[in-house]
Design a protein around this ligand. Structure first.
Ligand code: HEC
Ligand code: HEC
Length: 157
């Protein structure tokens, strides 16, 4: 990198960091001084109302609308699959994992759950009632493409 370009990039990075601090960004460093012990913040209550949450875009892993505390997920047991596997959905009334969960990364459909989909909560997460740390400026595709149909800024489809 040429020296002048390098300096410009460094200055831009410093300005960016400064702007973040000025916005009162969430602190990642912990208490000051760091040797001081502090009580852990209270656990947030999970949203467990069983209402399936609308997806923000078609490929979004849907959010988990029910309690998951204590559900075992290890080498021998996957509690999630005891309801979401195809053969258990009649008794559990849970939505079946979709076909992508049966495919390996080459797109071959396997006879069972693909290993890369075993750890459900790597992609699916529950929600809490916690206040967001930063403002969410996500705009739904429906609002972007047809703002006149969604004056409130939220889509209702
Ligand atoms: C006791 C049965 C049961 C177990 C165990 C279970 N689920 Fe569910 N799940 C359901 C049911 C029923 C629904 C439908 C909504 C509701 O009733 O909460 C659901 C809904 C969901 C949804 C929302 C699907 C959508 O399209 O909106 C996701 C994601 C999900 N579960 C993931 C998980 C994960 C991950 C685990 C393991 C940590 C898990 N579930 C364990 C029964 C279960
Ligand atoms: C690598 C990320 C990933 C993992 C791991 C994963 N999922 Fe998903 N899941 C998705 C995505 C993305 C979607 C939405 C698009 C799709 O169906 O592929 C989805 C969709 C779903 C749905 C809704 C299906 C439908 O047809 O509406 C359920 C239920 C679900 N997953 C449950 C699970 C369970 C249970 C596990 C663990 C056994 C799991 N998922 C593991 C990414 C993942």
């Amino acid at each position: 990198m040429r020296p002048r370009l390098l300096i410009t990039v460094m200055v831009a990075a410093c300005l960016g960091a400064g702007a973040l601090l000025a916005q009162d960004a969430p602190r990642l460093r912990g208490p000051e001084p760091f040797t001081q012990e502090q009580a852990a913040p209270p656990m947030q209550r999970a949203v467990t109302n069983d209402v399936r949450v609308r997806r923000n875009y078609p490929d979004q892993p849907p959010l988990i609308p029910h309690a998951v505390e204590g559900y075992a997920l290890d080498l021998n047991a996957n509690k999630c699959m005891s309801c979401h596997a195809r053969r258990f959905t009649e008794q559990s009334q849970a939505p079946m994992i979709s076909v992508t969960h049966y495919q390996d990364r080459e797109g071959n459909t396997l006879g069972g759950l693909a290993p890369r989909r075993y750890a459900c909560m790597a992609c699916h997460v529950p929600q809490t009632e916690a206040r967001p740390l930063v403002e969410n400026r996500f705009i739904d595709m429906d609002v972007l493409t047809e703002p006149e149909r969604h004056p409130g800024g939220r889509s209702n489809r």
